[in-house]
Write a protein that binds this ligand. Sequence first.
Ligand code: GYE
Length: 350
Amino acid sequence: MFRAKFLALIVILSMILAACTPAATPTAAPTEKPKAEPTAVPAELPKKGLACAPKCEYKDLVVGFLQTGSEGGWRAANTASFKETAEQLGLTLKFYDSQNDLAKEVAGFQQFIQDPQVNVIVLSALETTGWEQVLKDAAAAGKIVVIQDRRIDAPDTLFETYIGADFVEEGRKSADEICALLKNSAKKNVWELVGNVGSSAAKDRGQGFREKMADCGITITNSQTANWSITEGKQVTEAWLKESKDVQAIFAQNDEMGLGAIEALKEAGLKPGVDVYVLSVDATAGAFKAMLAGTLNVTVECNPLLAPQVYEAALKAANGETLPKWVASQEGVFRATDPNLKQIADGRKY
Ligand code: GYE
């Protein structure tokens, strides 16, 4: 009798214990593949840098550079900076032209992640969004990532640093300069030619201009993208002029769109730079030529010669150094009224 009761107790106790013990995680049967886990976001990028750290040299770097395209003078100077500086420093550059197509640029990024030779990826982003997954994949693959030219909206733990202009400040400078041009003008209607609307350069220049335009009573009466191009800058301005000629200044977010607007003003019988002031951004050779001809009043500089800073940052990161998350390029403002304008123009690289 006692034995039966004892056995029953053992059975009951073992049932109670089984109910409290968590089920062991089923290990995948050898024939089943474990489900692929999404790439984890590293809390911080690996600080160790590349395998050659802390003695990496430029010759150890194989840089995959994702360029936006070849839309104008600024871009040509930026590309030349990367190609010429790579040769001077002795690093290997793999150049990818995204042809101003975001899908192509993302595909190029993935290509560099898969490329076993590439240990550094440099991105000049066509748009601010859509980069998190490729950045996570690049980090997981141990690639150094440096953002140049245009900032992106992504956690800054996913890239080493951003080297590029303060576009908001360029917008503020543009408004201040147009305020100065219009100081004796009773009316202050301004037309804005916008770059690629998804790009940080377009978003931020527009933001900065709007922060300061109220200082002198500017009103933006027309604003439209002309996608950084001379042709579209002319077409958009022509369409506006057909509607009205009540404009006192044009804010073109880059030189090419400003040059297009100048053509449209001339064909409408107006004197650009005199009847209608024109300001653009970049300070490329075309802008200096137009200022010397008196058709452009101001160009706000945006430095395209970023490769030396970018490669230096990449080498530091390769050697495991922690970098500031943004290195802003230093820039000025050039005016048609500058007495030394010809000498300045002759001394510039682009
Ligand atoms: O202003 C424009 C080019 O990202 C700063 O892109 C660059 C801009 C520049 O298309 O000319």
